[in-house]
Design a protein around this ligand. Structure first.
Ligand SMILES: [Zn+2]
Length: 277
């Protein structure tokens, strides 16, 4: 007897690639299963039953059929179509594209559940699509928080090596943040204190402080965030089986809700600093 496995999940489309004449492979970060690649048949036909629902940035509720190699999307319902609002503004589009690429790099292993990364992704795309927040600040906030989820939270107050409480002035990318007078080596960088304060504000969701920062602080903080992420990704991916495998179990009171309202409930209580509030 052949067993047929159909399952549901919600996810954000990260990437879409062609497969043959009419089909596509869709890469998604899903709520339950982590990053999944699935085949969407007939997407490129004019009258596809998926319409434009399976495009990058789309947040969809999916029904999938578990195939031998790749799963097959049998149904897709839009939860949030972030794509049109994001694509209408170039700086939002580039920030959102960098976010999707980072998610792919942080989830090099398929099917490693990463619920918190999924929630973070949905909430930053929502902020990019639906608020006037500065796209570059949203991108940096996402990068700092995704590093924390991966176990790479930068040391922005205490010493990265010995934990000595700050304030400290020296900052080292390979050490992962600030260094005290005892731990720092000669020639280590000394970023502007405002840039470190901005990174702290982005990490904690302190938007009034973040938005009060000036252009030079923002550029310096962006450079540090990008360098930290790059350093960790290049060295850390193999040990990354991240993020929060333990937290994927659904709370009992959410069982039986339709997936979309479950999303809303879980998001409402997720222990993540808001991008919007
Ligand atoms: Zn130290």
């Amino acid at each position: 007897m052949v067993s047929v496995t159909v399952y549901r999940d919600s996810g954000v489309v990260l990437r879409v690639t062609k497969l043959g004449e009419a089909d596509r492979i869709v890469s998604l970060l899903t709520r339950r299963a982590g990053r999944v690649r699935a085949v969407a048949k007939g997407v490129r036909r004019t009258k596809s039953r998926f319409g434009g629902r399976l495009e990058p940035f789309s947040h969809v509720d999916l029904q999938l059929y578990a195939g031998r190699n790749l799963d097959i999307v049998t149904q897709a319902v839009t939860l949030d179509s972030f794509g049109s609002a994001i694509a209408a503004d170039y700086s939002r589009y580039t920030a959102a594209t960098a976010i999707l690429e980072t998610v792919e790099r942080l989830t090099s292993e398929e099917r490693e559940p990463s619920l918190k990364l999924y929630l973070l992704l949905v909430s930053v795309l929502r902020a990019l699509a639906e608020t006037g927040r500065d796209p570059s600040l949203l991108l940096d906030a996402f990068l700092v928080r995704s590093m924390s989820l991966a176990g790479w939270a930068p040391a922005l107050a205490e010493c990265a090596r010995c934990g000595e409480p700050g304030p400290h002035a020296a900052f080292s990318i390979p050490s992962g943040g600030l260094l005290c007078g005892e731990c720092r080596s000669p020639g280590v960088a000394r970023p502007a204190p405002g840039a470190i304060a901005l990174m702290r504000a982005l990490a904690s969701g302190d938007w009034p402080s973040a938005e009060a920062s000036d252009g030079s602080m923002r550029r310096e903080a962006s450079g540090l965030v990008a360098a930290l992420l790059q350093w960790h990704i290049e060295r850390g991916l193999k040990s990354l089986p991240l993020v929060d495998r333990g937290s994927v179990a659904e709370p009992a009171e959410l069982r039986g809700y339709p997936a979309a309202s479950r999303d809303a409930l879980v998001e409402a209580r997720a222990d993540l600093p808001g991008f919007i509030s």
